[in-house]
Design a protein around this ligand. Structure first.
Ligand SMILES: Nc1ncnc2c1ncn2[C@@H]1O[C@H](COP(=O)(O)OP(=O)(O)O)[C@@H](O)[C@H]1O
Ligand SMILES: [Mg+2]
Length: 261
């Protein structure tokens, strides 16, 4: 099971449960991700995937269970606590400011108390750093001087990811990053993920409905069902077809239970 001894383990969730009042979102989640690993988190709508992400970012407290980060038990008290450990999430709404240009957005949401970037870096440096980071990650945009409102969804997503990476993310959480995007846009964001993976140190969890799309970039996939991880396999040991069979089975069971009233 848990193998903190290799030093590769980044995050481990043990018996995580979460109730929202009467609603049980998560029953008993056991999950692990290593450094340099890309984990695809799959599951039906309402399966609890976003809830699990929010627990990992310190935004939602689990009702019970234990998280371990870097092999040590941790209680995430807030989003900024999780961030200080290097846990960063990129959400669909992206939290970019439309009117601001690209490099300004790259430097948003710094910890102001540290004043590390806003205090010391000037515009010229921010601009140069943004160009370098975006280039390194393969995020192609016409210019870092344009307001992000002028860019496509994929480019914006790329900027949001680049920002997290620049903030020294060690665990990057992507909740349905390609959900609202066309094929070309999705390809762009998957390319960015592939590059981060190739660098080999960051753990990345991608939540996806369209598992066929993310399959190739993942090292491992987990399926959430009934508030548990019911399937955990390396992508080299499974296939899109096997996942499809499981989703079809889940669908049939749901249908039967609806028909049974
Ligand atoms: N803030 C909340 N309050 C009450 N119920 C919630 C809240 N967030 C999520 N839920 C419920 O928890 C379950 C899991 O939701 P969610 O984590 O968003 O699933 P997913 O991301 O897999 O679609 C759903 O039944 C959802 O309605
Ligand atoms: Mg969700």
């Amino acid at each position: 099971m848990a193998d903190a001894s290799t030093g590769r383990e980044l995050l481990r969730a043990e018996h995580i449960a979460k109730n929202y009042g009467q609603v049980t979102a998560l029953t008993d989640i056991n999950l692990r991700i290593d450094r340099g690993e890309v984990l695809g988190l799959l599951g039906d709508n309402g399966a609890g995937k976003s809830t699990l992400m929010k627990i990992f970012t310190g935004f939602v407290k689990p009702s019970s269970g234990q998280l371990h980060f870097d092999g040590k038990p941790v209680e995430l008290s807030s989003v900024s606590h999780a961030r200080s450990l290097g846990i960063e999430a990129v959400y669909q709404d992206l939290a970019l400011i439309n009117e601001l240009n690209v490099y300004r957005n790259m430097f948003l949401q710094r910890e102001p108390v540290k004043g590390r970037f806003l205090g010391i870096l000037d515009d010229k440096k921010m601009r140069a750093a943004a160009i370098e980071q975006l280039d390194r990650m393969g995020v192609r945009i016409p210019s870092v001087d344009v307001p992000v409102a002028k860019l496509s969804g994929g480019q914006r997503q790329g900027i949001a990811v680049a920002r997290s990476v620049y903030q020294k993310a060690r665990l990057l959480l992507l909740d349905e990053p390609t959900a609202a995007m066309g094929a070309k846009e999705s390809a762009l964001i998957l390319d960015v993920i592939q590059r981060l993976k190739d660098e080999g140190e960051m753990g990345i969890i991608i939540i996806a409905h369209n598992y066929a799309q993310i399959f190739d970039v993942c090292d491992r996939v987990n399926l959430v069902e009934g508030g548990r991880i019911v399937f955990d396999k390396k992508t080299s040991e499974t296939s899109v077809e096997e996942l499809t069979d499981m989703v079809v089975r889940e669908y049939r069971e749901a249908r039967r239970s609806v028909q049974a009233g």
